[in-house]
Write a protein that binds this ligand. Structure first.
Ligand code: HEC
Length: 121
């Protein structure tokens, strides 16, 4: 009788023989496709939770006022720098003081996730 590994037996019992490498590749592909989508869905929630959507619109591209900026699709590094500068008072021109009060408690890490998410749009 030919020995089979426990994992291969497990897969065979499900009725479709799939070798270990094939199953691993499928898992990898599924993870590559699904994980970024899940991460970005969460960041959309973070964007709303931190109050950003109230002024910049749910996806950053439809601000509530014509003198508020569209921030979706902007460069990631630029977005991150502006967010931190506005929060820290380094940037205080224009209407940035309107935003500062809401974002004083937002962490660098959360800004980083939001900047990456916005730049993908
Ligand atoms: C109360 C309204 C308000 C809220 C809440 C708000 N913003 Fe803003 N935001 C503004 C306004 C207004 C400006 C433009 C400032 C100016 O005129 O210089 C701005 C500017 C920016 C900029 C710079 C855009 C550029 O082109 O330079 C970024 C990036 C940004 N906001 C991201 C965010 C993020 C991320 C959040 C949530 C954590 C947020 N904002 C919350 C109103 C808001």
């Amino acid at each position: 009788m030919i020995e089979t590994s426990a994992s291969t037996k497990g897969v065979r019992q499900m009725g479709r023989p799939v070798n270990g490498a094939g199953a691993l590749a499928l898992t990898y592909i599924a993870a590559m496709v699904l994980l970024p989508a899940i991460a970005f869905a969460d960041t959309g929630a973070l964007f709303r939770e931190k109050g950003c959507a109230a002024c910049h619109g749910a996806d950053g591209s439809h601000p509530v006022s014509p003198d508020y900026p569209v921030i979706a699709g902007q460069n990631q590094a630029y977005l991150l720098r502006q967010m931190k500068d506005i929060r820290d008072g380094v940037r205080s021109n224009g209407l940035s003081t309107v935003m500062r009060a809401t974002v004083t408690g937002v962490s660098d890490e959360d800004f980083g996730r939001i900047a990456e998410w916005l730049a993908q749009k």
